[in-house]
Ligand binder design. Structure first.
Ligand SMILES: Nc1nc2c(c(=O)[nH]1)N(C=O)[C@@H](CNc1ccc(C(=O)N[C@@H](CCC(=O)O)C(=O)O)cc1)CN2
Ligand SMILES: Nc1ncnc2c1ncn2[C@@H]1O[C@H](COP(=O)(O)OP(=O)(O)OP(=O)(O)O)[C@@H](O)[C@H]1O
Length: 193
């Protein structure tokens, strides 16, 4: 119970700190993260990649998604379902997104079901904070805990955070799932196992 309060405090702190960032910080963080990802061997070899379209103050992922698609990868993007689970559909270019629930930019192509993420070779995950064991704090819908549960053991799951969001400890509840790596703009890729 104490952990739930701590989780909410950490979430509020990160969201407040992110609100102080400027558009250029978001863009430059996105650029650094994209550079790291586009040159990562696992990404270069991946034929199918699950990603997400950045919103608000998240590090920008649009150029990353476009870059992956341009080089011929099959990019899966989430669609938020009523129970906060995620459906997956393919990115078909910048004009193939439209606002869904909460105004999230979502793919307009047909949904392939929550299980479709199992076909991804790499899964790129949003996060507010990640600790050095890979424990991750999200928005609180539990969407990605379900996603990470479905993904096989050999698949790279990577959370994208700003510098300073790689923290000492993210409090964990039993349903929480770890990512195998994180990327920060300054440190690049950090693997946890
Ligand atoms: N870019 C991005 N896409 C994502 C996620 C994410 O964290 N980032 N998600 C990660 O799981 C899922 C969407 N989850 C979301 C859940 C709530 C809100 C949201 O803004 N909700 C309220 C504010 C808070 C609230 O009332 O609870 C709102 O509409 O204002 C947005 C996304 C899937 N897609
Ligand atoms: N496998 C699951 N099936 C259904 N509900 C789940 C599952 N895992 C977690 N949840 C629910 O979702 C909520 C998750 O809260 P938590 O604070 O852990 O989310 P989060 O990991 O920070 O968010 P997200 O993964 O959406 O970014 C809890 O209320 C939990 O009961």
């Amino acid at each position: 119970m104490q952990d739930i309060g701590f989780k909410q405090k950490l979430r509020t702190r990160v969201i407040r700190d992110r609100a102080g960032l400027h558009e250029k910080d978001r863009a430059s963080a996105g650029r650094a993260i994209r550079e790291t990802l586009l040159t990562l061997p696992e990404l270069e070899m991946a034929s199918s990649i699950a990603a997400y379209v950045s919103i608000d103050t998240e590090p920008d992922t649009r150029a990353l998604i476009f870059g992956l698609w341009k080089r011929g990868a099959y990019v899966l993007l989430p669609r938020l379902l009523p129970d906060n689970d995620l459906d997956w559909a393919t990115y078909e270019g910048p004009d193939s997104l439209a606002p869904g629930r909460h105004g999230l930019p979502e793919p307009t192509s047909p949904g392939r079901g929550p299980g479709a993420v199992k076909a991804a070779d790499v899964v790129i995950v949003p996060a507010l904070a990640i600790d050095r064991t890979g424990m991750r704090l999200g928005r609180g819908g539990g969407s990605y805990d379900r996603v990470l549960d479905r993904v096989g053991p050999g698949i790279l799951t990577v959370g994208l955070v700003y510098d300073g969001e790689l923290v000492e400890e993210v409090p964990a509840e039993p349903h929480d799932r770890r990512v195998r790596a994180a990327i920060t703009p300054s440190e690049g890729l950090i693997r946890f196992d």
